[in-house]
Design a protein around this ligand. Structure first.
Ligand code: SAM
Length: 285
């Protein structure tokens, strides 16, 4: 799975950057708001980061581990306006290199470092970070119980974990809903989805306290609106996809399949999206 995720993000880096800029995650709008233009795209992805900071109560100046940092979009906000020190890990060497390049361009190289590293096999000492931040990376990690245990290990006592993630409705899905979900998983190189409630249960089982979840499905689903989410070059459609698949391998096509499948998933209510925050108990608690 890790090798496939690495390949997927290596081969789609420029496609995501052309479409979403520095962020590789959903945008956030007020529920019912319609997306506008290209500028709105960037405002909406910036907003998701600010919403998660506010929801998690992320303190300015914190030492942060960004699990699945992409090309560093969220990290630039944490290290810039919030004054955090950010260590970012991604499975993709190409993403890590691009993130370091962007940090240097923005004058943030001293407060950020990005590297290729599997969070589930990281070499950070216990109690290294005030915050573990994971935006849309947890869906790629199969063992979520082990993820929460590892987050707890690397957090300092009193530290916070802040997660934004694709998810599914709690409980059984219908056969038709499961088919859509399975297609999303396959094309986006993800092993499974958990419900937001399942994340809450796993965080509690790992010993976290002050756990909260919020469902942002209605705030982010716009990200896949046709005409907004579609890649402009798709006007010349199939031939471009054929060329990309030939040059980079067929996995790259997952980038194009995400939109219609996610829209369908959100429409049926089978696919959800939300945030999770939790605290590692302070020493003695
Ligand atoms: C959808 S992108 C999100 C990127 C970034 N968080 C953002 O919001 O722009 C998913 C990221 O998770 C990373 N990822 C997935 N599994 C990982 C793991 N086990 N260790 C480190 N990074 C991982 C991928 O390499 C990729 O950078």
């Amino acid at each position: 799975m890790n090798a496939a995720v690495e390949r997927y993000y290596d081969t789609t880096l420029d496609l995501y950057e052309d479409l979403w800029g520095q962020h590789v995650h959903h945008g956030f709008w007020d529920a019912g708001e319609r997306p506008g233009n290209d500028e709105d795209r960037h405002a909406a992805t910036d907003r998701l980061v600010r919403e998660l900071v506010a929801f998690a109560g992320l303190p300015a100046g914190a030492r942060v581990l960004d699990v699945g940092c992409g090309i560093g979009g969220p990290a630039m906000y944490l290290a810039g306006p919030l004054g955090c020190t950010v260590e970012g890990v991604t499975l993709s060497a190409a993403q890590a290199a691009r993130a370091n390049e962007k940090a240097a361009e923005l004058g943030l190289a001293e407060r950020t470092r990005f590297r290729q590293c599997d969070f589930m096999a990281n070499d950070y000492p216990d109690a290294s970070f005030d915050v573990v931040w994971a935006v849309e990376s947890l869906m790629h990690i199969a063992d979520r119980a082990a993820f929460f245990a590892e987050v707890r290990r690397v957090l300092k006592p009193g530290g916070i974990v802040a997660i934004a993630t694709w998810s599914v409705r709690d409980g059984e899905l219908t056969a038709q809903e499961s088919r859509v979900v399975d297609q999303i998983l396959r094309h986006q190189v993800m092993p499974s989805f958990s419900s937001l409630e399942e994340h809450e249960r796993l965080a509690a089982a790992a010993g976290f306290t002050d756990i909260a979840i919020v469902d942002w499905s209605a705030n982010v689903a716009n990200s896949w609106e046709p005409g907004f989410a579609q890649v402009k070059e798709l006007d010349n459609g199939r031939s471009m996809m054929r060329d990309l698949a030939r040059d980079r391998g067929v996995d790259v096509l997952g980038f194009f399949y995400a939109g219609p499948l996610m829209l369908k998933g959100f429409e049926t209510g089978a696919v959800t999206y939300g945030a999770v925050r939790a605290t590692k108990p302070a020493a003695g608690d």
